[in-house]
Design a protein around this ligand. Sequence first.
Ligand code: AMP
Ligand code: TRP
Length: 336
Amino acid sequence: MAEEKRKRILSGIQPTGTPTLGNYIGAVRNWALLQSEYDCLYMIADLHALTVRQVPAELRRRTRELAALLLAVGIDPKNHVLFVQSHVPAHCELAWVLACNTQFGELSRMTQFKDKSAKHPDNVNGGLFTYPVLMAADILIYNADLVPVGQDQTQHLEIARVIANRFNGVYGETFTLPEGYVPAAGAKIMSLSEPTKKMSKSDTNANSFVLMTDDRDAIVRKFKRAVTDSDGQVRFDRENKPGVSNLMAIYSTFTGRTMEEIEAEFAGKGYGDFKLAVAEVTADALAPVQAEYGRILADKAYVDEVLKDGAARAARLANRTVSKVYRKVGLLQLDR
Ligand code: AMP
Ligand code: TRP
């Protein structure tokens, strides 16, 4: 008997810097875990990275490094698909058609657009504005059922659903409506220095984030400096104890313990012990990934081969969707 068709996942990450512990817990760690249950396509969103000015040589280098890091995390390029967005031109083809089915007002409401415009007032470009349309194309072109992302991307996922739904209404059933998959505990890992802000690799304060490539010493040092509070109790309370709660979320991710168990474990102990414990489990979790990363990055030819194969497989799926969409909207297609 035929096996039931597995659901499909698509997700993406931008090659704009070394991924942080936030990217790891909020996104890529889950990417690896989800492979046992779903058919996965994982994408390096290099076109999205262009919405902020990049140094060309650096962008190129980081794209390959990120591919190596994703392989090191455990993405399996044989049974799943790992590729670079710009290697599959169909994404841009679909993005145009979708842009023509997306309203100015809808895009104006996106909080990331507002945030990034405020951050780069000298470069509020059209790409930044239509960013969610390209992201919708990334997802809808593969008819993805599920999209694992951190909390900051849920608004973009929602607009992808709105666009898909509208298109289906006007042109007939075409796209699968994608669902988000946001991890419970680590959906938003906060900055270590300002725990009410999300941990971000573009933060100017290097003590605010842990990078996936940081060594044990750096990890211990950064956690030791993490901002907490003066009440001295390890207790989960996002509202009143954002720093401690953030550290607890990290500790919970790597130990599998619940917040109650963690509170009990550190009852009567100071923050010093607690921070060290968080640093230790984080360093233990990242060490094997870092070792693999070094090994894989040394074999550039292997990484490039994986990406070439991934792009070819992704393009086959993507091109089919574009043909279908072009036909539905009335673009003349000649027999090939
Ligand atoms: P980006 O680095 O913006 O390309 O994000 C890649 C993925 O990591 C997305 O799914 C984000 O939602 C997720 N992510 C980024 N920062 C964090 C964070 N501080 N906590 C949890 N998830 C995050
Ligand atoms: N915008 C996402 C981010 O910054 C990256 C991304 C691009 C993405 N295309 C995607 C995520 C499609 C999920 C699905 O994190």
